[in-house]
Ligand binder design. Sequence first.
Ligand SMILES: NC(=O)c1ccc[n+]([C@@H]2O[C@H](COP(=O)([O-])OP(=O)(O)OC[C@H]3O[C@@H](n4cnc5c(N)ncnc54)[C@H](O)[C@@H]3O)[C@@H](O)[C@H]2O)c1
Ligand SMILES: N[C@H](C(=O)O)[C@H](O)COP(=O)(O)O
Length: 326
Amino acid sequence: MGSLPIALTCGEPAGIGPEIAVKARQILGAEVPFFWMGDPRHLPPHTAHRLIHRPAEAMAVPANELPVLAHPFAAPATPGKITYANARGVVEVIARAVDMVLKNEVAAICTSPINKKVLKDGAGFGFPGHTEFLAFLARVEQVVMMLAAPELRVVPATIHIPISEVPRQLTAEGLEATIRITEAGLRRDFGLTRPRIAVSGLNPHAGEGGAMGTEDARVIAPVVAKLASEGMAIRGPLPADTMFHPRARATYDVAICMYHDQALIPIKTIDFDGGVNVTLGLPFVRTSPDHGTALDIAGKGIAEPSSLVAALRMAHHMAEARVRQP
Ligand SMILES: NC(=O)c1ccc[n+]([C@@H]2O[C@H](COP(=O)([O-])OP(=O)(O)OC[C@H]3O[C@@H](n4cnc5c(N)ncnc54)[C@H](O)[C@@H]3O)[C@@H](O)[C@H]2O)c1
Ligand SMILES: N[C@H](C(=O)O)[C@H](O)COP(=O)(O)O
């Protein structure tokens, strides 16, 4: 896999994906070999690109050109304006990239942002997002969404569900599996021999001894105690509002949070441009930028490519490490 490129899926063609892919190539050059999978018509005008027919050909494309593995879409794309007819192509590209990585034709997958509702309405996409779709395609029971930046790693134990659903879907079994997958992923892919794990509470002040909710004592604490008794370096449930200042962040390697925004607000506040979404528990490496389609700025030339650059670099380093240490 060491000499294979990364497949970068196009994501929502009306979003900022195509333009940040071009910027990422300009920044990375030959440092991180990748190709863009999508409809060449969706690239910004005058993009210097080279059509390839097989992933391996990307390795020979000059650094100042974007290697493109074409995938036909139903319609052209207008930045900022959704074309529902293109939804199916977005899904097809993701599935095609998974097929390639499972056949070891590419080193890893990096996914450009999708618009979940557009895929649902336009293509009957039945998953909350990439994470669940990739687990389905890889036939994996449970995976973990981790957002990683140099100063912070976070994992939401529940992801794309309504807040009103969180207490019901936050189970001891699911939380335990999330923490085990996270701990294993940090050891395997991030070189941590004994990851330090901080687990947040669900309720204010981690339930205030039961005065502000019972999930902390009833669901979270027993999981932490069980994993600690097995020797895991784990603490919690902790009051979430004092977990993310610098001194607190220095005491752990990952924060396990109970729901989407409890995890994603701190990391996107601390390092929006450096954060990377990485899926743990898949049989292949997958990363993604930590932002979405940004339709409001698509096509204006002001989209920041840094998170995509960080995601491509992380995928490259993780894939290379897995070649060295399978
Ligand atoms: N990795 C992914 O696939 C991913 C991640 C997050 C959101 N989404 C999806 O994207 C769609 C829009 O989501 P949203 O509005 O909550 O979040 P968003 O990240 O698309 O946009 C939020 C705000 O941040 C700005 N922004 C985002 N990325 C930027 C960049 N690279 N440079 C400069 N500014 C940037 C946008 O202009 C917008 O004002 C939704 O359908 C959501 O589900 C996808
Ligand atoms: N929750 C993610 C974020 O805000 O960055 C995002 O929606 C991506 O989810 P998938 O990778 O599952 O599409």
